[in-house]
Design a protein around this ligand. Sequence first.
Ligand SMILES: *Cc1c(COP(=O)(O)O)cnc(C)c1O
Length: 430
Amino acid sequence: MKQEKEFGFDTRMVHAGHIPDSQTGSRAVPIYQTSSFVFFDADHAAELFDLKQYGHIYSRISNPTVSVFEERMASLEGATGAVATTTGMSAQLTVFMTLLEPGDEVVSSAHLYGGTLVQFTHTLKRMGVSVTFVDPTDIGAWERAITPRTKALYGELIGNPRGSIMDLEKIGVLAAQHCIPLIIDNTMATPYLCRPMGFGASIVVYSATKFIGGHGNSLGGVVLDSGKFDYSRFPAIAEPSPKYHNLRFYDTFGHYGFLMKLRVETVRDTGCCLSPMNAFLLIQGLETLSLRMERHVENALKIATFLEEHPKVAWVAYAGLPSHPQHDLANKYMPKGPGAVFSFGLKDKAGEDVRLSGKRFIENLKLFSHLANIGDVRSLVIHPASTTHQQLTDEELKACGVGPELIRLSIGIENVEDLLWDLEQAFHAL
Ligand SMILES: *Cc1c(COP(=O)(O)O)cnc(C)c1O
């Protein structure tokens, strides 16, 4: 079908990447729960294996249900393509495994998801890649950290857990000046609130486990490429690959070269492919993304405002509040609102252990679930210093802005009055 009209975000959210099944007419995306796909004949098989023809071989490399999720994400992001993975952690790791050689360096924001910090500090190190962490809001620090061996800039648009906002455009310019890709983890914002490729990002990664799926029922990740970055300086993508008779991915597939290599080498070799069932559940989530995000953001702003005025609260770090140091940047990059995950600090009262107060507060909440996740339709709460960021040393904790008084909330889509009631009664119990 030739498409004459450029469809809007909400239309693409429910249609992109899928037409009704030609054999059965199935309107919903079928779950192709199969490991392999029958070849038409021996020549077809040979061509598929040699990457001379597109088509499905084995679900570790591609699968029709997973392809719908990938194409839908690429459409929503305005990317040239996407590769789905088991989780957000594998999405970012496959990017580095595809892009980097031992000896390469990465400059990264220090305000990262705890698991990412550990992956960067320890796992990448064992791959021979060193990561320099910088304060994401300090452009000079990014610039000073870049060396001739720097092969990527990395950051979370909305940093964890203080909600710092990266100045995408400025860091994008820096990346372009040094011919290195800017990689953005956009998990907190989703393509509905911000599309970082419009501000200079070359690669965007997601933990689809969070707002993309949105219902806290499936893990997933996705890597997207703008298709605009020149990878000719990256030997892993530009040089002949011994795994495919010296195929040059960048020469052969052009703007799709990076993702081809990531799919048919990195994901194939590591087996971190998304399962058809999880792809189906993530597609279900995507179909209501904009509706959910609007409610998430609306509730988050009301709750952040309530907390900021509360006598038992020391501070609130939500970029949607005028008091946040990057409120203007948040408005620039996310005019619909800077997501629904933020943290606040309990007031440290003389004679009371703020750690204990934090614990008691969380234990008294009735609607908020105490667990390690974000981006669920249900409201969630956690105390990072004793959970997600527990593996970090005191120094590392300080560098990423996590104090013992910090409580992180992920605001759901419930009636906001009920969430406010829940918070108030938990404060009362302190
Ligand atoms: C959860 C999360 C990840 C890791 O994703 P998983 O799907 O849990 O592997 C990475 N980055 C951010 C910002 C996250 O919130």
